[in-house]
Ligand binder design. Structure first.
Ligand code: NAD
Ligand code: TDX
Length: 339
């Protein structure tokens, strides 16, 4: 294990999105001595309500763009670390319109790396297992940190590009950086465009869930709180320059997840529509988290997926005021795509 890094004043980009806001709430609850500055542009995916109610002397929101170099010059000096969650994150959106993905995910990461280089600030880059492409259904192999990059979608190719920038800024300029590549997250505050919240809120609205293609595609699910703990462990105890894969042995086909949602919501498990497949749809993701477990002693705590799913469904049932405003526009976008 590397020397322990003890940050006191961190910037969390994208801290009003799904995973970023869960991370900010987790840090506020578990590390009360740490001050968090959230830098978030508040796109359609960012919602300040996600971090509402946290103590104002410990969590501060700056509304701004990670691509804005002047803003970074004002904001970054004096902080010990940047934890970078901000991104355009939805594959289907990247297929419909890739430009914002190139801008935020590639240029935004470049600007943050330049600020870290200039002000000697530590950087943790939050990335995805999708940079490794996909695996065949049914094969035993899982992704490992040194696997080649083979991204399939505009989204995953921009995340792969940003990972490569981080690796280069570490090697060439000595920026103190770490990278985590995580599998599919689930939990509260996830936007209704994503698979699990879309299906749950469809059922709550009286609409039928929508399954792409054959429904055989496999995703490796992890509760977002386990991801938060992993990011913290890597930031504070990980070795600079290293990549850690984060996953919780949660492989399931989309069809199985959808049937579980319908069962837990008291519906017929076959009561859904098959819709047009995603172009270039990755077949299977699966993470080997051995490095994270061996080096940092991280283990997932949310090991019962069905229970986590039931609690997530209950959260959406109890927070209609949170998801309802985004639902109609999201479904209108899907309808145009035949999905
Ligand atoms: P999200 O779409 O819910 O949130 C993204 C946040 O970034 C939003 O608050 C948005 O306002 C903000 N943002 C977007 N562009 C910005 C810009 N130019 N400047 C400042 N803020 C900006 O995303 P998420 O699902 O929470 O994902 C967070 C990170 O985790 C992403 O980097 C994503 O690639 C990665 N990741 C996600 C998953 C997953 O399952 N969702 C899995 C692995 C990795
Ligand atoms: O309505 C749907 N029906 C359906 O069958 C939707 C929205 C999705 N799907 C399928 C596509 C995928 O196989 O469900 C699976 C999950 O889809 P998404 O929630 O869009 O996630 P995915 O494309 O796997 O990417 C997610 O995990 C990795 C995040 O959105 C990324 O940000 C992260 O990097």
């Amino acid at each position: 294990m590397a020397d322990v890094f003890e940050p006191r004043d961190i910037i969390v980009t994208g801290g009003c999105g799904f995973i970023g806001s869960n991370f900010v709430r987790w840090v506020a609850a578990n590390h009360p001595g740490v001050h968090v500055t959230v830098l978030d542009r508040l796109t359609y995916a960012g919602n300040p309500e996600n971090i509402a109610g946290l103590p104002g002397d410990r969590v501060e929101l700056v509304v701004g763009d990670v691509c804005d170099a002047d803003l970074l010059d004002r904001l970054v000096p004096g902080h010990d670390a940047i934890v970078h969650f901000a991104a355009e994150s939805h594959n289907d959106n990247s297929i419909a319109g890739p430009e914002p993905f190139v801008r935020t995910n590639v240029v935004g990461t470049y600007r943050l790396l330049e600020a870290c280089r200039k002000y000697d600030v530590r950087f943790h880059h939050v990335s995805t297992d999708e940079v490794y492409g996909d695996l065949a259904l049914g094969e035993p192999r899982r992704f490992e940190p040194d696997d080649p990059y083979r991204p399939s979608s505009p989204y995953s190719s921009t995340k792969a590009s940003s990972d490569l920038l981080v690796r280069a800024w570490h090697r060439t300029y000595g920026v103190r950086a770490t990278i985590s590549n995580c599998s599919n997250n689930y939990g509260p505050y996830q936007h209704v465009e994503k698979f699990i919240p879309r299906q749950v809120t469809n059922v709550l609205c009286g609409a039928r869930p929508k399954l792409y293609g054959t429904g055989e595609n496999v995703r490796d699910w992890i509760h977002t709180e386990d991801h938060s703990r992993a990011v913290w462990d890597i930031l504070t105890c990980g070795r600079v320059g290293e990549t850690y894969l984060v996953g919780a042995d949660g492989e399931r086909s989309n069809k199985d997840v959808l049937r579980a949602i319908l069962e837990l919501m008291g519906r017929d498990p076959d009561d859904f529509d098959w819709v047009r497949d995603r172009p270039g749809h990755d077949r299977r993701y699966a993470i080997d988290p051995t490095k994270l477990e061996r080096e940092l002693g991280w283990r997932p705590l949310h090991t019962d997926f069905r229970e986590g799913l039931a609690r997530t469904i209950a959260w959406y049932e109890g927070h209609e005021g949170w998801w309802r405003p985004a639902k109609e526009a999201t479904e209108a976008k899907y309808a145009k795509q035949g999905q």
